[in-house]
Design a protein around this ligand. Sequence first.
Ligand code: ATP
Ligand code: MG
Length: 593
Amino acid sequence: MNYSSTFIPTLREVPADAVIASHRLMFRSGMLRKLANGLFAYLPLGLRSFRKVEQIVREEMNAIGALEIKPTVVLPGEIWKESGRWDSMGAGMLRVKNRLDNDFVVSPTAEEAFTAIVRDELASYRQLPLAMYQINTKYRDEIRPRYGVMRGREFVMKDAYSWHCDETSLDETYQAMGRAYRRIFKRCGLTVIPVKADSGAMGGSGSEEFMVESDIGDNTLILCKNCGYAANVEKAGCAPDNTTEASPANTPPLEKIDTPNIKTIDELCAFLTMSPQTFIKTLIYRAINVESDNAAAVPEAFFAVAIRGDLDVNEVKLAALIKAAEVSLAADADVTRLTNAPVGFAGPVGLDSLPLIVDHTVTAMHDAVTGALAKDLHYRHVAYGRDFAKQGSDGWLVGDIRTVKAGDRCIACNGELYTKMGNELGHIFKLGYKYTRSMNVSYLDENGKSQVPTMGCYGIGVDRTLASVIEEHHDEAGIVWPASIAPYHVIIVPIKYDGAVKAASDRLAAEFAAAGIEILLDDRNERPGVKFNDADLLGIPWRVVVGDKGLAQPNPQVEVKHRREKENRMLELDKAAGELTSQLKAELAELNR
Ligand code: ATP
Ligand code: MG
């Protein structure tokens, strides 16, 4: 492709809202333009790389036997009503009506669509397992689109779904997807951290997210220095700091004390000269859609939660423990009504009106301070097991519900945990029966008995993956593409596109093309400095400079340079295409290994 025949509107200026490298560079290199907040157009150069990421994803999905299909982006509202997500998806889902006043959804994801397709065709266990995917447009009305295509409103996701007769089969596909994801990211030149993730309350039994380390990432990753344990903080567990349960034998009797005008834990600690570790913090939570073993889900329930005073409750872990769809702190009026005390004086002692969830840490507390369910009153010398009941009593539950922090101990090996910020590129998830049950999917097993299949889902953001490659591979001058997704493999820069230089450049371009190498030939009438800067900005792996001086040598020479390197070297014109082709093939083979 000749530079002058394509459309690469490079920019010197950086758009004001572009605060991260990939956003800046995608605009500056002419890959991308903005249509509206969160809506972007890929221009020819950007689309080339975008298609390469899509193709890598496609090849790896095909390699594990997943089948590509193409449903529509506009989906009938009907199927979202069946699954229950018409109500639960909230304002992030774009809903539209057609001229007949029928409801439609612009696909934010496609569990319902794929499940509806399979439901109509599935008859026998012989058709299972089945995995299908699309690489297709999604729309999410994100509250704050930002960082360019990292978080857009419209984006492309590869979403795959699978159906199985049993857990073992689901696990096989889930593991194969995990391996395919590792290969996809390796082929894109990305360093990803797979982490354990929350699988929600709705019957999911396994979930892994593929993260890239990123200062602007909105996920906190908990990592072990010792054993490789890695989890999203939403899911991360930690070893208890206490190994023994409280032994209240030597604890003085429970005592009620006046704490006038004390409102915060800090004030209380100062007043009683104690540390927050001595305090049992008690919070009242409202949970919605709490699952129960033998009845329909309870739409709303309240719980008291006790945790050591220096720690925070992890609401995702709490929701998982009590099998709720969602939990949030109760409103002040609910707290007052349920505890019979103003906000700030809740405590587990004598709190009969609510089920109590106790974090592990509290089970080691045998001389603690806590609220006394009355204004300006606290208890001291509180002992778990003596002053309030133990696990197993009615409505009581002990579990790990703290937010894990750097310095906590690893749940797998007791090593020290540290944190990093991460950006999610992909997610694999064992869904279980959530959609197959609500949407009435069934098949006949070997005995002719009707059964409901179990299900998995697996997503990768194509745009976000592409932007993340630029985040990982750039320098001050521009992008430094890995060969696998570079828009072109080689840029040929004639010093002046004229005479012998033009003839040599054209000849090189033809030789590369014959070898299957993608060429951009900078035929513009620009100064060499301008062309070199653009070549660096565009990030094409190899640059070949053709000039009169080199061609005038007894063996005509051209100058070649890899984008990653500072130094260039001279190659014989006759050998340049052959040599760079084998270097490129080696680079590609290394990425694809
Ligand atoms: P996030 O927490 O970042 O919003 P998510 O948990 O909503 O992501 P999924 O529903 O699991 O994401 O979607 C699968 C993949 O789609 C994500 O891993 C990500 O790569 C991509 N993705 C999700 N939302 C966006 C977006 N607004 N812009 C670009 N890519 C996105
Ligand atoms: Mg999201």
